[in-house]
Design a protein around this ligand. Structure first.
Ligand code: SF4
Ligand code: SF4
Length: 290
């Protein structure tokens, strides 16, 4: 069994929410934005937005037919674990098959065993999951504690799809480096209001976050957009790979590290810096002119 403490993409209606009053609640944000990263959401082979959405849709439909009994739910688990190919980016990180699509229009990821999920009639079935109900109810990821509230607010109000949200919300080092670079260019701290007032700032910020999914300088040995979000020393991120030792260290080294980058030449590294510089400048300009 994985030694990682687990999970909580619940539906935002139980007492654990109340414990989070001091935090920005990140697990369920809106009709289309939520997260399931700590339940292993992205830890599947061949990850893409389309493939994951398809998998979750299929599971959600299948779960509608499942009798809400211990045997019925256990049978579902056994049948559905086969739908997730075993070649995961992080083999010791469990991918929970009770992740599905939740909400009125089923447009965001969430837990099919949560008491508020459709068909459960208020009964909490999370005790039947791999890690057990306690872990499901009580885990909160580092992003909740390590990022300033204003950064989290900006994230919640700008990202409009669960796939990107869950991929980035646990990347606190990457997000901190992004925001610091934007603030350096802007010459001041940025606020949620800046982004509320400027659609240009919001759109460019989304473009910046999408780098997590489409980074052209990602190393071939990288596990892909999925990352291991627990701070327990397992699956540590590797330093930036350089084909030649004379390729310099960058001012954006932290960002390049968090994106699992590899550079064949100094020219590649400068191109990568230029991609980031452009986005940071555009966002800074937009927030300063709104
Ligand atoms: S990774 Fe964090 S934000 Fe996402 S579901 Fe888990 S605790 Fe919530
Ligand atoms: S049962 Fe699965 S999806 Fe639900 S909270 Fe627990 S780990 Fe996450």
């Amino acid at each position: 069994m994985n030694n990682v403490k687990k999970i909580s993409p619940d539906l935002g209606s139980t007492t654990e929410n109340e414990k989070q009053e001091a935090f920005e609640y990140l697990c369920q944000v809106s009709e289309t934005v939520s997260c399931g990263a700590c339940c292993g959401l992205y830890n599947i082979s061949g990850l893409s937005k389309q493939s994951l959405e398809k998998l979750l849709r299929r599971r959600t439909e299948a779960f509608k037919q499942v009798p809400r009994t211990i045997d019925g739910i256990d049978e579902f688990r056994m049948q559905n674990e086969g739908w997730t190919p075993p070649e995961r980016p992080f083999p010791d990180f469990h991918h929970c098959v009770f992740l599905g699509l939740v909400g009125e229009s089923e447009q965001r990821v969430g837990c099919l065993l949560h008491p508020a999920a459709s068909g459960n009639n208020g009964i909490d079935w999370r005790g039947l999951s791999y890690y057990g109900g306690m872990a499901c109810r009580t885990y909160f990821c580092p992003g909740n504690k390590q990022l300033p509230q204003r950064y989290l607010k900006i994230l919640k109000q700008t990202v409009n799809h669960w796939f990107l949200f869950g991929l980035v919300v646990t990347e606190f080092r990457l997000l901190t480096a992004f925001f610091e670079a934007i603030e350096n260019k802007a010459g001041r701290p940025v606020t949620p209001d800046d982004f509320r007032k400027s659609s240009e700032a919001t759109n460019r910020f989304r473009d910046l976050l999408e780098i997590k999914t489409n980074w052209p300088f990602r190393s071939v040995s990288s596990p892909g957009p999925c990352h291991y979000m627990f701070e327990n020393g397992q699956y540590k991120r590797q330093p930036v790979q350089r084909k030649h030792p004379d390729i310099p260290v960058s001012a954006y080294e932290t960002i390049f590290t968090e994106l699992d980058s590899a550079f064949d030449s100094e020219q590649d590294l400068r191109m990568a810096e230029a991609v980031l510089d452009k986005l940071f400048s555009e966002i800074a300009e937009a927030v300063n002119h709104c």
